[in-house]
Design a protein. Structure first.
Length: 730
């Protein structure tokens, strides 16, 4: 039920400075006792008077509350109210000073703060410096509250008010009225659509220069976020923008692009090697490619010798210590990795990458070099640590990243390492790779390990492929599949997938059989087969726990066999409610025992995008739950649940860097947009013991033949070639 009340703030129960969400107790005329108000109210103080519009709701634990939709601040009407307000809201004002101010000026003291604050110097103990603090805190509070109201009236989530005010300060509203599209450039989380809605409401024309420039920038950002591209051909970009905003005036669009180039928000250049005229880069992407090429050349060209003879002497000792003999291909890869400044090791499953990595780490340790191990994700780092017996970290942890300050280890604060070995490099995007290169001293060696045939990074760029294609970085491309691996149908079919060939079923019986292709055309029957396979057949025939050991991997989130539908169905089969507490958030309902996936990096909680966890406790009254991430118990409140999703079924992209005892993968024509050879290959190579692919032969054929639709537009390989050639000429 909607309501409008006038109320005085009695106390502030909770306030989140990041998003402005608050829980306050107020006294209101015609409402008995103290009333609870919740919503994005900014920083309130006892004694403030508010006019609040909202909706009455009943919380299961806290009872009747007013959920604020809109509000405005009014002055306290009583002497006591003014005293409470002053001592709670003004910097440097305690109860005695507040009483002295009210005694001298009465309730008019608030007007004086606005119009003639120097009069407050009449009060004993208030110095000019103290007054400056009082006035500043008074004005900033009023301005943030005014901004919240302004944002709310233009349908921009007021949770962004604090961040906007931090950038624009007292001119926030004025700046937004002048060009609301700046929001999309400066505030992460506010996209073009939100800024566009505000701008059109404020009277900006559909073909205004500001709108066209913002749309072009947004379309370019989407090229990177959705396709991983570092640039977009101008012709393609202009067409996309025209469709998006309904402006087909080519001259206006061209003018917008030229203006963005003058403002140095984009960079344009011809790329004859790629047959692209006028490639348009976001300036950050253009600078990243150039700097990566320069720093890579600097690293490789700086001599830091390691004795070849010492490495050769160490190899037999390492083989003896590890208990296996290296093949000639493996031995050469280990040797080259030790003596080169930068070295890449790539190969598919069964080619011995893990064995080589162990041997490299052992060899470098024998050479008394200080080695650090890292990977793009937590699970990939854990696998690297398990494989080598040495500690490994995520790259963000290694470089000591914080959201407020960025990477601690950088150009000015180098890592203390003589060798950095990074695993799962196919997941490394351009910006993260640049951060790594900035942090490395030129004396450091860099060893990159990964499978170039897997899906590339989620972020923009195709680092591993570009480094290999440049031809300027020493590398070992492993091709020999070892005899033991040849007995695995998972390994055999991974290489068949990579060659564009249909898989072959294992000739063995369960539990020795490790691969099945189950033809099924109808998506609903595929769905039924997945449920039966995960919940019944695999547990019965292989003795695997369907919740902990079996992972469904699917290309998309929508459809009968997308993550959304499958998570709900698998949860009902594997973890039904059975009278236990549960907590709903959007499409997901969380229960104790659920398998969940973290969707964003949270450095405060020490949990990262892609981490798998298990729900331990659910408190529906408080709206909280506790998740166990490998022994790290993390509490989530109601405002943080969007960072979690059920993980009985996850996207193939989210599975990168992971391995599971068994995977089940639907392949249907509904997912044709994302069906690509490297996606199928990545899904299959996530399985350790068993892989089951269920679906349409037509869909599988589409995916195996599709090797171009996911290709990324980058120019890094050519930039690397150019800088090496240019320096060789000099």
């Amino acid at each position: 039920m909607t309501a409008s009340i006038k109320a005085e703030v009695q106390s502030v129960v909770y306030h989140n400075p990041d998003n402005g969400y608050a829980v306050v107790r107020v006294r209101a005329k015609d409402e008995p006792g103290v009333v609870t108000v919740v919503g994005c109210l900014g920083q309130l103080t006892p004694g403030e008077f508010l006019e609040i519009e909202g909706e009455w709701k009943t919380h299961p634990k806290f009872g009747r509350q007013l959920e604020a939709k809109n509000f405005k601040q009014t002055y306290p009407a009583t002497v006591n109210g003014v005293v409470r307000f002053l001592k709670s809201s003004l910097k440097g004002v305690g109860e005695k000073t507040a009483e002295a101010l009210v005694q001298r000026f009465g309730v008019a003291v608030l007007d004086i703060l606005d119009t003639d604050p120097d009069r407050l110097l009449e009060i004993k103990g208030i110095t000019k410096k103290r007054l400056e603090g009082m006035v500043e805190s008074w004005r900033s509070q009023r301005e943030v509250k005014s901004l919240i109201v302004f944002l709310h009236s233009h349908e921009v989530p007021p949770t962004y008010a604090a961040r906007i005010f931090k950038i624009f300060g007292a001119q926030s509203e004025e700046k937004l009225r002048a060009n609301p599209y700046e929001l999309a450039y400066l505030i992460r989380g506010i996209g073009f659509r939100t800024a566009d809605n505000m701008a059109l409401k404020l009277g900006f024309e559909p073909d205004s220069p500001e709108r066209i420039e913002a749309a072009l920038g947004y379309a370019l950002i989407m090229q990177g976020e959705r396709g991983g591209h570092m640039f977009c051909p101008a012709e393609t970009l202009l067409k996309q923008c025209a469709r998006m905003i309904g402006v087909d005036n080519t001259d206006l669009l061209e003018e917008g692009l030229e203006t963005l180039e003058r403002k140095k928000r984009v960079h344009m250049e011809n790329l004859p090697e790629l047959n692209v005229e006028r490639a348009v880069f976001l300036m950050a992407n253009y600078r990243a490619e150039r700097e990566i090429a320069q720093r890579l050349y600097g690293l490789i060209s700086h001599p830091t010798p390691v004795s070849s003879a010492a490495v050769k002497r160490a190899l037999p000792k390492i083989e003896s210590a590890l208990g296996f003999d290296l093949s000639s291909e493996q031995r050469d890869a280990v040797f080259q990795a030790c003596v080169n400044k930068v070295f890449i090791i790539t190969g598919g499953p069964g080619t011995g990458k893990t064995t080589i990595t162990r041997a490299i780490v052992a060899a470098l340790s024998q050479l008394k070099l200080k080695v650090k191990l890292a990977a793009p994700t937590g699970r990939a780092a854990k696998r690297l640590s398990d494989a080598t017996g040495e500690p490994a970290q995520t790259l963000h942890r290694l470089l000591l990243y914080s959201p407020e300050h960025g990477f601690y280890h950088c150009e000015d604060q180098k890592l203390t390492a003589e060798v950095l070995l990074i695993d799962e490099v196919s997941m490394l995007d351009a910006q993260l790779f640049l951060a790594v290169l900035r942090a490395l001293p030129v004396t450091c060696r860099l060893i990159l390990v990964g499978d170039v045939n897997q899906l590339p990074s989620v972020g923009a760029g195709n680092v591993l492929a570009d480094l290999l294609h440049s031809g300027r970085v020493p590398k070992a491309v492993l091709t020999h599949i070892f005899r033991q691996a040849q007995e695995s149908s998972i390994v055999v079919n991974a290489h068949r997938f990579n060659a564009g060939q249909f898989p072959v079923n294992s000739g063995k019986e369960p539990p020795e059989a490790d691969f099945y292709w189950v033809p099924q055309e109808d998506p609903m029957r595929v769905q039924h087969a997945i449920l039966e396979t995960v919940c019944e057949r695999i547990p019965e025939r292989y003795g695997l726990d369907p919740v902990r050991d079996v992972q469904v991997l699917t290309p998309m989130h929508k459809g009968e066999v997308g993550t959304t539908a499958l998570n709900q169905l698998l949860q009902e089969r594997l973890n039904p409610r059975a009278g236990r507490p549960e907590l709903k958030r959007g499409y997901a309902t969380f229960r104790p025992g659920d398998r969940v996936l973290q969707l964003r990096n949270n450095y405060d909680k020490d949990v990262f995008n892609g981490d798998l966890g298990w729900v331990r406790e659910v408190d529906p009254e408080e709206g909280t739950l506790t998740v166990d991430f490998d022994g790290n118990l993390v509490a989530f409140d109601a405002t943080e649940l969007e960072d979690l999703t059920l993980a009985y079924a996850v996207s193939v992209h989210k599975s990168q860097g992971c391995e599971y005892p068994a995977v089940v993968v639907p392949v249907v024509t509904q997912h044709y947009v994302l069906l690509m050879r490297n996606l199928l290959y990545t899904a299959l190579t996530r399985a350790r013991k068993l892989a089951v692919f269920i679906g349409s032969e037509k869909a599988l054929d589409i995916g195996l033949k599709n090797v171009t639709s996911g290709a990324r537009m980058t120019y890094l390989a050519e930039r690397i070639r150019q800088i090496f050639s240019s320096n060789l000429l000099h």
